[in-house]
Design a protein around this ligand. Structure first.
Ligand SMILES: Cc1ncc(C[n+]2csc(CCOP(=O)(O)OP(=O)(O)O)c2C)c(N)n1
Length: 664
C-alpha cells in the first residue's frame, strides 16, 4: 500500500504536468487530469497490468480514456511510468504539429494509447468491443494466454451521449465482468453544473443495465482501491462513480467549468502549486517521485515474462495461430483458396441473386477459412445475411461463439467493432441497412481515422429495397461514405464481384470497408473464371464496345445490369458502347493516372448510372457527363415500379447517351 503522502505527491505530478503543458500550449483541458489524478494514480500504481517497455503486449490490461479531452492525463501517466515515446520534450510540445501528444489521444500516434478518443461516448463503446474480444479469445486460447481487464475513464459527457446506453446495455447483457468503468463524477461540463442539463442517477442506470455499480470519494485512494478490488471479483461489468472535483487544486477555478477547457493562467497555476504543495518549477518532477512512478511502471514486468513463457510452452500450432491472429495477418492461402473455389462454383453454375445473398454464399466459405472473423447484425440477421449456417452465437454463456446479436444498436455495434479490431485477434464484420450508416457514421469515421479493419455489410442499398419507402432507401449515403478518407465503399454488381469485394475488404488491414449490397436479385454478369480480382482495380471494363466506342457507360451495383441492357439498345441503334463496372471509387482513384485514363476511355459520351445522388461521379464522367440516378428521396412501391418512376432504366440510359450524341 502506498502511504497517503506519497500517493498525493504522485498524483500531484500528474496535475502539475497537465497544468504546465496546457499553459505552454495555451490550450487544452487541465480540469479532468487534475480532478481524476487520484483515480488514475490508484489504477496505474496498484492495478493496471502493463509494461512500458512493451506497450503492445497482447495480454496487457486495456485503459481507455473515453473523455479524450483530458488527454494530458494519459500523456502524464505514460511519461511518468517510463514510456520511451512520451518524453518530457513531447509533453512540452503538447498539441503541436508532429508531437506524440496531440490535442486528443490518437492510438496511431502515441504508443500506449489504445484508441482514438474525443467524440464523447466512443471510447466507452470501444472498450465494450475490447472486452468482447478478450472474452472470446480467452475462451479459445485459455486464461493462461488471454486474461486481461479493460478499464475506462469516462466523464459526464461520455455518459450523456446516447451511444453510452447502447454500449452499457450490450456489456451488461454479455456479462462482460472484466470491464470496469471509472466514472469521473465531477458534476461539471462545459456549460456549467451538470444540473443544467442532466438529472440521471448513473448508478441506478448502470444497475438497470445489469452492471455492478458503486459510489466512492474519488480523492480517497483507499476507497478507490477497495472499489476496484470489488469490481475485479464481480460477475458483472462494474461502474465506479468516483466523486471528484474538476481542476482539483486550482484555487479559484476548481469545481467550476472554468477549469475544463482552457489554460488556467499563470496566477492560478502558481496558486495551485501552493495549494498542492508542489514546489518544483514547470515541467519538473522531483527525482524521488519520478522513481516511484518508474517503479510502478515495473510492476508487471514479471507477469509479462511469465506470460511469454506460457505462450512459448504452447504447442507450435496454437502458438503460431495465436501470434498470427494478434499480428493481424490473415491466412492468405486459405482466403485465396476459398475465393477461388467460390468463383469456380459461380462460373460452373452462374447464379442470379441478390448481392446480400451472394455475400452469405461468400461467408459460407470465408467464415470457416478465417477463424478470426466475428460476425453480427443489429437485429437484421435474416436481412443482412451475415450469419452463415452453423455459426454459433457469441453469448455470455458461450463466448467462443462467433456471431453477435448486437440488438437494435447500430452505433454501439460499430463502436464495439472498432474496439474489437483495436484489441487484435479478431476481425469484426456486421450488418444493418445501408441507410442506417447514418446511425454508425461517427464510429465508421473513427475506424477510418484509426486505420482499423472493420467490415460493414450494409444491405438494402437503394430504392431497390422497394416497399419500405424513403425512410429506408439510401440516396445520399454512398456519396457521404465516399467522402470519408480511408474508407473503401464497395458496391458489387453481382455474385462474383461480391466475392471479390469480400476478399479486398479482408485484405485491407488498415482500411475499414462498407459492402453496399442489394436486397433484390441481380443477374450474374461475370460468367467465366477470372484468376485475378478484377474489383481490385476499383473500376474495369466489363464489356467492350463492338467497334470504336462512342459511349462509355459507368455503373455500380444493381445498375450495372441496366447499363449492360442499355448497351444492347445502343447497339441496335448502331452506336458502339462499352460498360465499365465501378465497384469501388476509392480503389479506382488510387490507381495511377494512366490506368484511370485507360478505364475512363475516350468515348465521346460518358454516362454514370447509380440509384443514388450524382455527387462524386463527376470525377469519372466529368461535369459534362450524363448521370442517371436519384435527385430526390425515394418512395414506397415495388422496386421495379420505383426504378421506372425515377427513370433509372436501360431505356433512359440509352436515351441519355443518344441525346448527348445529338441522335434523338
Ligand atoms: C460527441 C461530442 N460532443 C461534444 C464534444 C465537445 N465536448 C468536449 S468535453 C465536453 C463536455 C465536458 O464535460 P465532461 O464530459 O463532464 O468533462 P469534464 O468537464 O468533466 O472534463 C463537450 C461537450 C465532444 N468532445 N464530443
Amino acid at each position: 500500500m502506498i502511504p497517503r503522502a506519497q500517493h498525493d505527491r504522485m498524483a500531484n505530478a500528474i496535475r502539475a504536468l497537465a497544468m504546465d503543458a496546457v499553459e505552454q500550449a495555451k490550450s487544452g483541458h487541465p480540469g479532468l487530469p487534475m480532478g481524476a489524478a487520484d483515480v488514475a494514480t490508484v489504477l496505474f500504481t496498484r492495478f493496471l497490468k502493463f509494461d512500458p517497455a512493451d506497450l503492445a503486449w497482447p495480454d496487457r490490461d486495456r485503459f481507455v480514456l473515453s473523455a479524450g479531452h483530458g488527454s494530458m492525463l494519459i500523456y502524464a501517466l505514460l511519461h511518468l511510468l517510463g514510456s520511451e515515446a512520451v518524453t518530457l520534450d513531447e509533453i512540452r510540445r503538447f498539441r503541436q504539429l508532429g508531437s506524440k501528444t496531440p490535442g486528443h489521444p490518437e492510438n496511431f500516434i502515441t504508443p500506449g494509447v489504445e484508441t482514438t478518443t474525443g467524440p464523447l461516448g466512443q471510447g466507452l463503446a470501444n472498450a465494450v468491443g475490447m472486452a468482447i474480444a478478450e472474452r472470446h479469445l480467452a475462451a479459445l486460447f485459455g486464461g493462461g494466454i488471454v486474461d486481461h481487464r479493460t478499464y475506462v475513464l469516462a466523464s459526464d459527457g461520455d455518459l450523456m451521449e446516447g451511444i453510452s446506453q447502447e454500449a452499457i446495455a450490450l456489456a451488461g447483457h454479455l456479462k462482460l465482468n472484466k470491464l470496469i468503468v471509472l466514472f469521473d463524477d465531477n458534476g461539471i461540463s462545459i456549460d456549467g453544473p451538470l444540473s443544467l442539463a442532466d438529472s440521471v442517477d448513473q448508478v441506478k442506470r448502470f444497475e438497470a443495465a445489469g452492471w455492478a455499480a458503486s459510489r466512492v470519494n474519488g480523492h480517497d485512494p483507499q476507497a478507490i482501491a477497495r472499489a476496484i478490488e470489488q469490481a475485479q471479483s464481480s460477475d458483472r461489468p462494474s461502474m465506479i462513480a468516483c466523486r471528484t472535483t474538476i481542476g482539483y487544486g486550482a484555487p479559484t477555478k476548481a469545481g467550476s467549468e472554468k477549469s475544463h477547457g482552457a489554460a488556467l493562467g499563470a496566477e492560478e497555476v502558481a496558486g495551485a502549486r501552493q495549494k498542492l504543495g508542489w514546489t518544483s518549477p514547470a515541467f519538473e518532477v522531483p527525482a524521488d517521485i519520478r522513481e516511484l512512478w518508474r517503479a510502478a511502471g515495473q510492476r508487471s514486468v514479471e507477469a509479462r515474462r511469465a506470460w511469454r513463457q506460457r505462450v512459448e510452452a504452447l504447442d507450435a500450432k496454437t502458438c503460431g495461430e495465436f501470434e498470427r491472429r494478434m499480428r493481424g495477418d490473415i491466412p492468405n492461402d486459405k482466403l485465396a483458396a476459398a475465393v477461388a473455389s467460390l468463383k469456380e462454383k459461380l462460373a460452373a453454375a452462374p447464379k442470379d441473386m441478390a448481392t446480400r445473398s451472394a455475400s452469405e454464399f461468400a461467408l459460407d466459405a470465408l467464415v470457416p477459412a478465417i477463424p478470426e472473423m466475428i460476425g453480427g447484425s443489429a437485429d437484421l440477421t435474416g436481412s443482412n445475411n451475415t450469419r452463415p449456417k452453423g455459426m454459433a452465437v457469441l453469448s455470455a454463456a458461450d463466448p467462443a461463439g462467433r456471431f453477435i446479436h448486437y440488438g437494435v444498436r447500430e452505433h454501439g455495434m460499430a463502436a464495439a467493432m472498432n474496439g474489437m479490431a483495436l484489441h487484435r485477434g479478431v476481425i469484426p464484420y456486421s450488418g444493418t441497412f445501408l441507410v442506417f450508416t447514418d446511425y454508425c457514421r461517427p464510429s465508421i469515421r473513427l475506424a477510418a481515422l484509426m486505420g482499423e479493419r472493420v467490415i460493414h455489410v450494409m444491405t438494402h442499398d437503394s430504392i431497390g429495397l422497394g416497399e419500405d419507402g424513403p425512410t429506408h432507401q439510401p440516396v445520399e449515403h454512398l456519396a457521404a461514405l465516399r467522402a470519408i478518407p480511408n474508407l473503401n465503399v464497395f458496391r458489387p454488381c453481382d455474385a462474383v464481384e461480391t466475392v471479390e469485394c469480400w476478399q479486398l475488404a479482408l485484405e485491407a488491414a488498415k482500411t475499414p470497408s462498407i459492402l453496399a449490397l442489394t436486397r433484390q436479385n441481380v443477374p450474374q454478369l461475370r460468367k467465366g473464371v477470372d484468376a485475378t480480382n478484377r474489383c481490385a482495380a476499383g473500376a474495369y471494363e466489363l464489356l467492350p464496345a463492338e467497334g470504336e466506342a462512342q459511349v462509355s457507360l459507368f455503373a455500380s451495383g444493381s445498375e450495372v445490369a441496366l447499363a449492360v441492357e442499355a448497351r444492347k439498345l445502343l447497339a441496335e441503334r448502331g452506336i458502339p458502347a462499352r460498360v465499365v463496372s465501378v465497384p469501388c471509387f476509392e480503389l479506382f482513384f488510387a490507381a495511377p493516372a494512366a490506368t484511370r485514363r485507360a478505364v475512363i476511355g475516350d468515348a465521346k459520351v460518358r454516362v454514370g448510372v447509380e440509384a443514388a445522388v450524382r455527387q462524386g461521379w463527376d470525377a469519372i464522367i466529368g461535369t459534362d457527363g450524363e448521370f442517371v440516378g436519384m435527385s430526390s428521396f425515394g418512395a414506397s412501391a415495388p422496386a421495379k415500379d420505383l426504378f421506372k418512376h425515377f427513370g433509372i432504366t436501360a431505356e433512359k440510359i440509352a436515351e441519355a447517351a443518344l441525346t448527348k450524341l445529338g441522335k434523338r
